[in-house]
Design a protein around this ligand. Structure first.
Ligand SMILES: *Cc1c(COP(=O)(O)O)cnc(C)c1O
Length: 217
């Protein structure tokens, strides 16, 4: 289901498209590749009206100043919030995700989990990282500073028409000639994502925030 032109879930359209066979609605927030957070009010309306499970994929939530959908959990037993160690925690290699939900839903997860539980090495690494959340916070802080700098600097380029607000570790940027710019950047050894042909993202590149040195380049 397409987002609205301002990149929000179209709650009315989602509910209208749902049939009795529809079991799950997925919302990505902050969204990829638009980078914005879904309006919590939209998630609240979905969770209270849709007759199934609402999943909010919050892989990028650590890069947002908003708290996200966790605070809605006590209100909605049909809500699942998913997060990951792959982004802000810098631990994509351990392949560990998190799900937060009501007791009833977690109970169902636990019933089917036993033979395929998270492996012990992954558990140990995750527990180690959770002992030092300030390390993740420090990395996020550096990234957010770089995001802000890039946002300002892109805004000064004549070939940049729009820098969309970001709650993620990347910026969506609308430019004069996305294909030419993409090719030019590849030639310079800089890989960005060409999103020029994605609905609502016409003309745009998605640019990941890197280390301060990479950002300067
Ligand atoms: C990275 C990402 C995930 C999670 O990735 P895993 O490595 O499988 O935990 C989920 N959703 C989005 C939108 C992502 O970008």
């Amino acid at each position: 289901m397409s987002l609205t032109p301002d990149f929000q879930p179209d709650v009315a359209a989602i509910l209208a498209a749902a049939t009795p066979a529809s079991r799950i609605v997925f919302v990505c927030s902050p969204n990829n590749p638009t980078g914005n957070l879904a309006d919590p009010e939209a998630i609240r309306r979905l969770a209270s009206t849709f007759q199934g499970i609402v999943v909010v994929d919050e892989a990028y939530i650590d890069f947002s100043t908003h708290t996200g959908a966790l605070e809605l959990l006590p209100e909605f037993p049909n809500l699942i919030v998913m997060q990951t160690f792959s982004k802000a925690w810098g631990m994509a290699g351990i392949r560990l995700g998190m799900a937060f939900a009501s007791k009833e839903i977690i109970h169902l997860f636990n019933k089917v989990k036993p033979p395929y539980n998270i492996n012990q090495l992954t558990q140990e690494k995750a527990l180690e990282a959770l002992q030092r959340p300030e390390e993740k916070d420090r990395m996020v802080e550096i990234l957010l500073r770089e995001r802000e700098k890039l946002e300002t600097d892109f805004g000064k380029l004549p070939s940049v028409h729009r820098v969309y607000p970001s709650d993620a570790n990347f910026l969506l940027v609308r430019v004069t000639d996305p294909h030419a710019m993409y090719t030019y950047l590849v030639e310079q050894g800089i890989i960005v994502r060409n999103r020029a042909n994605v609905h609502l993202c016409e003309g745009s590149l998605r640019i990941s925030i890197g280390t301060p040195k990479k950002t300067r380049r």
